[in-house]
Design a protein around this ligand. Sequence first.
Ligand code: PEP
Ligand code: MG
Length: 952
Amino acid sequence: MLELTAEQIRMGQSAADKSQALRLMASTLETDGLVAPGYLAGLEAREAQGSTYLGQGIAIPHGTPETRDQVFTTGVRLLQFPEGVDWGDSQQVYLAIGIAARSDEHLHLLQLLTRALGEADLGEALRQADSAERIIQLLQGAPQELALDAQLVGLGLAVDDFDELLWQGAHLLKRADCADSGFAAKLQQTEPLPLGDGLWWLHSEQAVKRPGLAFVTPEKAIVHQGQPLTGLFCLASLGEAHRALLERLCALLIEGRGQVFSQATSQRAVLEALGGELPVDWPSVRVPLANPHGLHARPANVLTHLAKSFDGEIRVRIADSGATAVSAKSLSKLLSLGARRGQVLEFLAEPSIAADALPALQAAVEEGLGEEIEPLPAAGEGETFESPAEAPVAPAAGSILPAIAASPGIAIGPAYVRVAQRFEYPQRGESPAAERDRLGSALTEVRDEITGLIQRSESKTIREIFVTHLEMLDDPALSEDVAARLQQGESAEAAWAAVIEAAASQQEGLHDALLAERAADLRDVGRRVLAQLCDVEAAVEPDEPYILVMDEVGPSDVARLDRARVAGILTARGGATAHSAIVARTLGIPALVGAGPAVLALAPRTLLLLDAEHGRLHVAPDANALRRAEQARSEREQRLRAAQAQRLEPARTRDGHELEVCANLGDTKGVTAAVEQGADGVGLLRSEFVFMAHAQAPDQATQEAEYRHVLDVLAGRPLVVRTLDVGGDKPLPYWPIPEEANPYLGLRGIRLCLQRPQVLETQLRALLSAAGERPLRIMFPMVGSIEEWRQARDMALRLREEIPVTDLQLGIMVEVPSAALLAPVLAREVDFFSVGTNDLTQYTLAIDRGHPTLSAQADGLHPAVLQLIDMTVRAAHAHGKWVGVCGELAADPHAVPLLVGLGVDELSVSARSIAEVKARVRELTLAEARTLAQRALELPSATEVRALLEVR
Ligand code: PEP
Ligand code: MG
């Protein structure tokens, strides 16, 4: 890394003009062996492209990319011009810093210099400096600003005493790069100062990297030295940077406004009171920087010029660095980022200019900001991107975040944030005996903890999961491996973590869904023990019903939830048609997904209002918002009660048009509840669940019994069965499929079954045998071509010759755009279509329905999807065939009028949604719905379609 030294500086130089100064600089660099003689041409060419004047009497002449190969060694030379040199535009330069750079090593130096640029009168001081040491002092010694932003404020932390709170404060300062690891210990050696109102002050000048102030509060009241402790200020002190802040704080305390801090519930309030950097909530865009030498002066200059062309504020930071964003209009601030190739820049722009500014900035960075750039390698391919270091800042109290409503309803409760914990521990232990003892005690604690969970849980499934966890703790194979590692001197944590991870990876490697789940269980148990060993407190499940906050929730996570304790689900990532969302809907738990990573930073127990009716999350809502939500919730409950009372009545519009509302079933047992909920039939039996419930492919008799049960309970109502649909995100443990690069575009649904016709034939036989005289509709999933349909149909018709059934219809699921586009042809041959909007949306928009960040955009109300449904309905009706919709869109109350208006004949939804969907149909007239659908078809985006439906 380049550092400034006195040898690099030539004092008292003079030059008549800029070109003479450049010649002097080139010869100095050359004499000192840094560059070849031709470098002057590079300096001149660079100056011709744009002045290198930086501000405050400093210029940074340097070569062009073409003259980089004339650099022998990266280095700098500084020439002081006490009389000044005109650098163009009447800018007087008193210090020229010539840079010879082969790579981006000089960026650090620039970063350092730019800190000095904020100083008033620096130019004058440089001019008057009488020694090289003074120049260095001026450049380096400029007081640094006190860091104080949202990442330095931690509220409601789960701590038990003063020391723990101190460690948290020190941790925030370390994370913000203000302090070194030893800082906490230094703080501990100082005497804390009580400030009144339960507030305390601590500071240290040791182990400090840059000045910063952290403020932390405990979750519950603590007493320290006989006095209350409600908040602690920890200062990493360097020079005078904190003086203004201290004065401000004193003034507030004297005015008796200490409770701003002692009772603070939002980071914003604390920062506002202290005059800290407030987080901005502006539209943003992220762009990886591909410039070979990072954001050095020239590209930074191009960027500032562009930023200045917009009439509003634009800030930029290195994404996920936790640092405060700086103005993109300031060259020195931009250079102070020290951004390197591969790092991602995040631009934030004032809302009034964001729509124009952000795309322009993105394009400019992508095009190289005036430099030739090589594309960045994909992540994991050699060069690495900066790891997304710290969790983002939690949304402030009172804020409202948009998110995708994945399961309807309104839920209110404290946040229970479940994120992967990090554990830090030494690799080597004290002694094998001591480590064995530590592990033994940790295991005992965890056993007690889990036994308590088993005793408290009312759900059998959950009890079973924890019983398995207990067994894992006592697994002799694990204990032996751990003992062997301890014997070799590993610490208890290292040995335990390594053995658990090895066992879990081994299970996963077998590519079996059930064993993969076991791997997740193993890691779960593993984390519990590690938390115990490292003394890290696991987030405690609130006693009252809570909002579960997670990064992403897998279907098995949702299926394990205790309905009585989980009032709502909130995820940072995910979309509405992921299978986890479907399970949430089946369980009737309101869910918002794709709310963004900030929700993972929510303080434990933050009150949340999850409005999955409108797709909005209210963080720490005020009394008014809560009242309105309670009211909306009770209105909804009232509506649902009324709908429930009429659930057995047909769904008929006000002008007499009748639709069938049927149930989607994930297992055959659910049919009783479906009929009880008013289902006019079963519109989608996901038959793969019959297969998944068995350890090997169920034979004909086993399947027949399952289907017969459904038909019996339906008592004459129609049953639509989808034949086995596995592959993609739904693997069958006993039907291994070779690994595919794109499983969703690979062997799925009917494609797979046609490769194993025996499996399909057995299923069809079981279905036909179970039906007898009852109405049976069979449909094939993922049909994309007429040949697939014909092969499957021919098999069913051949079997029907053998096994007579009276009321059989054969159809296809419209899930692949090609099927919808072929509908006019297919409609001649099929008896019906059922539109699977989940997959149809995925394939139309080319967005993986389970994609962690994109799936939120996979909206079935996208006009492109609506067009395909419209085509399908028109084609079917032209041939007298019927069309159902069995994807999640059918249960979206906003979408129902549209689907009715498009002419869909049947809606198939989870049993819980039947009454509500029927009630929604009864509110409409077909004529109005048709007009609405026609308007929606003409709109350009899902957002506009949703807006059209919202206003109604
Ligand atoms: C669909 O794709 O819309 C559908 C109903 O099938 P699944 O969700 O089971 O893939
Ligand atoms: Mg599907």
